[in-house]
Design a protein around this ligand. Structure first.
Ligand SMILES: [Zn+2]
Length: 378
């Protein structure tokens, strides 16, 4: 049987002792069973709604009556996720993106990002390139800009001709923008790059774009929280948090290596299909290719709306407080664009993330993406 989050206990039992020790110093987990007792009148509905669980209606009902739950916690950071294997086995149905493509096309005539020089504001230092960046018209920090993609469609990452060079250009553009902010105000050091793709991921403009902010005095709370937790872990355990994080995922079969970048199917994802890339530095020549591969994983999994976020040490001269902090790139799937419900609720904001997708299945998809060829420009 392939490894799965529901069988985490068995996967751990097969680890060599050193790997098990490393797992135990960073993670804890609890396996539970949710008992669900449907009345007879409900049985036909269940047999149909969950038919992917078993080949017979009775098998489906048995699988629904006893649902394995795995709750994983990162003890160093407090990040925790509840996995329900019943939900995680839902097949991925690649739905046609026709309606979505039509909606994206319909937004083109009135799109301000297709005419950035006329319809988007500039930052005080102007723009990067002729029109690659603009200021956010409603800023949420002192320095807040957008990187506007050449293509109107945010689904360009799903196309065959989408290339790693485009990711490299985005990273370089965003960095050049941040350096302008830092040159204008040396206290502005805390660069944060993010990419919200489509409305489920909170993008208010359809045209493909990423966002950059540069904070002053201290980093954004979640980045600073991770720095402090990693530092406390290093002091307490005498081991690097990030080295252990990668090694644990590797031992479990949840990590792949894309060039010099480690890519993890996260054991405590914030939401569905979270991947974490770990690179030594922002200008690692393998980072654009790794981001490109992560996007190819999403394309293959029929993900259309996602968030990407980049954590890194501050701009300017090396800061000793950030000495052991790598560059991290997070990706999270935000679910079905047609669904009216939001994918996060009180559980995610205030308790534990609730996730359906199995990280072991995601790791399989990541291994397949490692084999796909990079198409070079003719
Ligand atoms: Zn546009």
């Amino acid at each position: 049987m392939p490894a799965s989050i529901a069988a985490l206990q068995d996967v751990l039992a097969g680890l060599p002792p050193a790997d098990r020790t490393r797992f135990d110093r960073m993670y804890d987990f609890a396996a539970s069973e949710a008992r669900v007792l449907p009345p007879p009148a409900m049985e036909p509905w269940i047999a149909n709604a969950f038919k992917y669980l078993a080949s017979t209606p009775e098998g489906v009902l048995d699988a629904v009556r006893r649902q394995p739950i795995t709750h994983v916690m990162n003890r160093a950071t407090g990040q925790a996720t509840l996995f329900n294997a019943v939900r995680s086995q839902r097949p991925i149905e690649a739905k046609a993106a026709t309606d979505l493509e039509a909606e994206i096309e319909a937004s083109r005539p009135k799109c301000s990002f297709c005419r950035p020089l006329d319809l988007t504001p500039a930052n005080t230092f102007g723009r990067i390139g002729e029109k690659k960046t603009c200021a956010n018209v409603a800023a949420y920090d002192g320095y807040h800009g957008l990187a506007i993609f050449e293509d109107h469609s945010p689904l360009r990452f799903r196309r065959e001709d989408f290339r790693p060079e485009e990711v490299a250009d985005l990273l370089a553009t965003a960095r050049a923008w941040a350096e302008k902010c830092h040159a204008e105000d040396p206290e502005a050091r805390f660069f944060f790059l993010m990419w919200n793709c489509l409305w489920k991921a909170a993008a208010s403009i359809i045209h493909g774009h990423a966002q950059m902010t540069v904070g002053r005095r201290f980093h954004y709370g979640k980045v600073e929280r991770l720095r402090r937790d990693a530092e406390a872990y290093r002091q307490c355990m005498g081991a690097s948090f990030f080295t252990d994080l990668v090694a644990i995922h590797e031992a479990l079969g949840l990590a792949v290596r894309w060039g010099g970048v480690d890519a993890l199917a996260h054991l405590t994802p914030a939401k569905e299909r979270e991947m974490v890339l770990v690179a030594d530095r922002y200008d690692d020549p393998d980072l654009p290719g790794a981001i490109w591969r992560a996007l190819k994983v999403y394309a293959a999994q029929d993900v259309k709306s996602y968030n990407m976020a980049v954590y890194m040490p501050p701009l300017g001269p090396p800061d000793p407080a950030w000495r052991n902090f790598p560059v991290l790139v997070f990706f999270v799937d935000r679910g079905d664009l047609a669904a009216k419900t939001v994918d996060v609720g009180a559980m995610e904001f205030y308790a534990s993330a609730v996730v359906s997708a199995d990280p072991f299945a995601l790791a399989e998809a990541m291994r397949r993406a490692g084999q796909c060829k990079v198409k070079t420009e003719k």
